[in-house]
Design a protein around this ligand. Structure first.
Ligand SMILES: NC(=O)C1=CN([C@@H]2O[C@H](COP(=O)(O)OP(=O)(O)OC[C@H]3O[C@@H](n4cnc5c(N)ncnc54)[C@H](OP(=O)(O)O)[C@@H]3O)[C@@H](O)[C@H]2O)[C@H](O)CC1
Ligand SMILES: [K+]
Length: 498
């Protein structure tokens, strides 16, 4: 999707790594050397003056990376203490352990060996192989780190104790790291749930295994310069070439939400946008923006008649609409097969009166709305995570999309969108908490409607809209009100050279 970075699950990472090694192009030890060297390089870049490092090496290959890191930091003049286990790790990690032993001792991996007299801790305890909550001495070390929050921790691949498939900690004391250096690809856990808070600054290092990756159906939705081609228009374009979005509005005194959606659809470049309140509320929509067209829709028959115009390419139903009105308008809307966004009151109507959806629908629930539509999935996510891979927001969104046959965008600081065929994207925006404000969701629905009108596929429209929405919010910053977001879209488009 749009050249967005691939995200790989831990199972996919293992398969990629195995395929790379099976090809004979690279060995496990070489991969470990590259991984460890990359982390040491990132540490030296950010802490140019050599100091005192404690490297915590776990029982698997993550620990193997730790021994490589220790060796490189030692060579760069750092005073390095290594804490590791006696038991034999895999052959690659064992070889790296032996190389370190030629330079320095390995102390027991116990909390008694932890000392605040150091400048940096390297967490190479567990990576993608974590299957359960750490216990015993390792759990106590994690607790010790939690008790020393001012000590910088650099995570190798991920903070230990965090499930990389879900972003859910399997242990309450998973460390809050300053820097995480991950290998080859993002994993879902870097972007979901607690992952972003625990990872700190995230750097992905290429270790040369990209050619062996399976084509992923999961991407990170993010702003990048290539989007200018997606969002740009041809010099000879005609307004109908960019589609016609219809935004259904609610009754008297309830038109604001639809206005926000309509302005967003206009700003993102739908050729025409018409706002459709019931006749009694039409006068309330008389003012600016003058680019917006108005047409009353009173009932299902009115909507059917309006949708007879094939140039209407997307409909947004739900914001400020009223549950009864949404329930009344859903049948003709769904029967038309037209691309549509179903939000707010349309989602409540759907949860009260379930209806067959189709592949051109985008549902945009927040967690509360999702729980009303898919109670079993929401409840499963609420069950504490004890083993990895733990159930994630990604899993339940994919399951919901497959079950209802429509694209589902599950909102949050980590927004997940999934299509019924499994295509999915994660947009992680933990830096825009001020987006949790009245009307912001209506703007998101309008952006999706505008992009659907312009011909984007449902999952692409949802992922692009989520990305532009948070970019616009970031541009405005704290103090933002939802009305500001559509106004900021032109600035984001200009920055993208659209
Ligand atoms: N992907 C790549 O291309 C590369 C990855 N590298 C690094 O390798 C790790 C993944 O290594 P792996 O050995 O698969 O896993 P871990 O190091 O995370 O450790 C798993 C071992 O620990 C055991 N385990 C799991 N959970 C626990 C727990 N709670 N307590 C104790 N032990 C646990 C597990 O064994 P079990 O059979 O007991 O489950 C494993 O033995 C990756 O993250 C990268 O850092 C390469 O170095 C470079 C290429
Ligand atoms: K780690």
């Amino acid at each position: 999707m749009f050249d967005w970075p691939q995200i790989q699950t831990t199972a996919q990472m293992r398969a990629t790594e195995s395929a790379a090694m099976a090809s004979g192009a690279v060995s496990g030890v070489q991969l470990m050397q590259r991984a460890g060297m990359a982390v040491a390089g990132q540490i030296r870049l950010r802490w140019p003056k050599p100091g005192r490092a404690t490297v915590l090496c776990g029982p698997g290959n993550n620990g193997g990376d730790g021994y490589v890191i220790a060796r490189h930091l030692h060579r760069a003049g750092w005073a390095v203490r290594v804490l590791g286990l006696d038991n034999t790790p895999g052959p690659d990690a064992d070889a790296m352990k032996r190389d370190w032993r030629a330079l320095g001792p390995i102390r027991p991996l116990t909390p008694q060996q932890m000392s605040a007299e150091c400048d940096l801790v390297v967490d190479a305890l567990f990576g993608t192989g974590l299957t359960r909550a750490p216990d015993g001495d390792i759990a106590r070390i994690l607790g010790w780190l939690q008790g020393h929050p001012s000590l910088p921790v650099v995570a190798v691949d991920c903070p230990s104790g965090l499930c990389m498939d879900s972003g859910r900690p399997l242990h309450a004391a998973a460390p809050r790291c300053q820097l995480t250096v991950a290998f080859d690809s993002l994993k879902p856990g870097h972007l979901l749930a607690q992952g972003p808070r625990l990872c700190g600054r995230l750097v992905i290092e290429d270790i040369g295994i990209a050619p062996w990756r399976d084509a992923s159906t999961l991407h990170r939705a993010t702003l990048h310069p290539g989007l200018n081609k997606v969002l740009g228009k041809q010099p000879d374009s005609h307004k109908y070439g960019s589609g016609h979005a219809l935004i259904v509005a609610g009754g008297r005194g309830k038109g604001g939400a639809a206005q926000l959606a309509a302005q967003a659809a206009l700003r993102i470049g739908a050729g025409l946008v018409t706002i459709c309140p019931p006749d009694a509320a039409l006068p309330e929509h008389a003012g600016a923006p003058w680019a917006l067209m108005r047409q009353s829709i009173d009932d299902a028959a009115d909507l059917s008649q309006t949708l007879a115009d094939p140039r209407i390419s997307a409909i947004c139903l739900g914001p400020g609409c009223g549950v009864d009105r949404a329930a009344q308008l859903l049948p003709p809307l769904l029967a038309s097969g037209r691309a549509c966004v179903l939000d707010a009151d349309a989602l409540t109507a759907l949860s009260e009166h379930p209806r067959a959806l189709h592949a051109n629908c985008v549902l945009t629930p927040h967690m509360g709305e999702f729980a009303r539509l898919f109670p079993d999935l929401a409840q499963a996510l609420n069950t504490p995570a004890k083993t990895g891979p733990a159930l994630s927001k990604l899993h339940i969104t994919r399951q919901a999309a497959a079950r209802c046959g429509a694209t589902v965008l599950l909102k949050g600081a980590d927004t997940v969108m999934a299509a019924p065929d499994g295509q999915a994207a994660i947009h992680s925006a933990f830096d825009t908490p001020f987006l949790a404000t009245a009307g912001a969701g209506d703007v998101l629905s309008g952006l999706i409607a505008g992009l659907l009108a312009r011909g984007q596929t449902p999952v692409a429209a949802a992922a692009l809209a989520a990305t532009l929405h948070s970019a616009a919010a970031r541009h405005i910053g704290p103090g933002l009100i939802a009305d500001d977001i559509p106004q900021a879209i032109p600035r984001i488009l200009r920055d993208l050279n659209v």
